[in-house]
Design a protein around this ligand. Sequence first.
Ligand code: FAD
Ligand code: FES
Length: 250
Amino acid sequence: MHIEKTIVQFVEKVKPNIFLLKVLAKNISSKATAGQFCNIKVSETDFPLLRRPFSIHNIENESVYFLFDIHGEGTKILSNKKVGDKIDIIGPLGNGFNIDDNYETIFLVAGGIGVAPFPFLTKSLTNKKIITFYGARNKDYIYDKNLINVKYSTDDGSYGFHGNVIELLEKEIGKNDFHNIKIYGCGPTPMLKALQKFSLENKIDCELSVESAMACGFGICQGCPIETTDNSYKLICKDGPVFNSKEIIL
Ligand SMILES: Cc1cc2nc3c(=O)[nH]c(=O)nc-3n(C[C@H](O)[C@H](O)[C@H](O)COP(=O)(O)OP(=O)(O)OC[C@H]3O[C@@H](n4cnc5c(N)ncnc54)[C@H](O)[C@@H]3O)c2cc1C
Ligand code: FES
């Protein structure tokens, strides 16, 4: 883990409410693995006081990319950064996805901005058949650069399958003869809950990247507990954000 003064290389509005941030971060970029996140101090003042967590979207040479949507004050401030601005970032944090497994087919299942960690994961999953299931509110919320074999769903039917991404997944899995599948999911909690149910019912190994409000981001404040199936608690920032779907209660 590093605390690094990174330098903004660009912030680009890639969709009406979605921004792509690229920073020069030599230390973080050299250590990060897919599924890890960074805790970003979005301003140089005391407001907002708390850092904001963001998945590592991609790594390129000594640069780190983040993909984010405007949620509240913190993300608004981040979207207004200029080339050359310095941003204080702690990372890489958390455990990341486990990619040492021997699976033939990989399903990446993304809900909304939960797509953020998947370009880096796609790049890290070499020699695998990857299918990406990507659900969004409507076509303006889709940002699919550096994803492969994408099947889309939108809530309003403006692009791809009309419905949610789990319905799309159920439809596709019924149509095809997939073997030896592993699922990686990231998105809002209701979607993760449905994906957890789907993976357990279909006996498919599944890892979920879970979200929570965070303060420290590395296990000190105890502010991000998640209940586990063995009646204990883990910390999302330190033991996660990625958990096996069998392990957690959402
Ligand atoms: C591991 C992880 C990875 C994530 N990755 C991404 C990603 O890649 N892209 C993305 O868009 N989003 C991601 N998120 C969500 C992202 O962190 C939130 O959207 C972001 O924190 C919103 O910040 P905001 O200031 O804009 O919103 P706000 O709603 O203003 O604040 C965000 C959180 O901070 C709390 N908060 C705000 N102000 C205070 C205060 N003064 N005191 C105490 N608490 C306060 C709020 O309760 C809220 O929970 C991720 C979250 C996690 C946990
Ligand atoms: S955010 Fe502090 S312990 Fe997880």
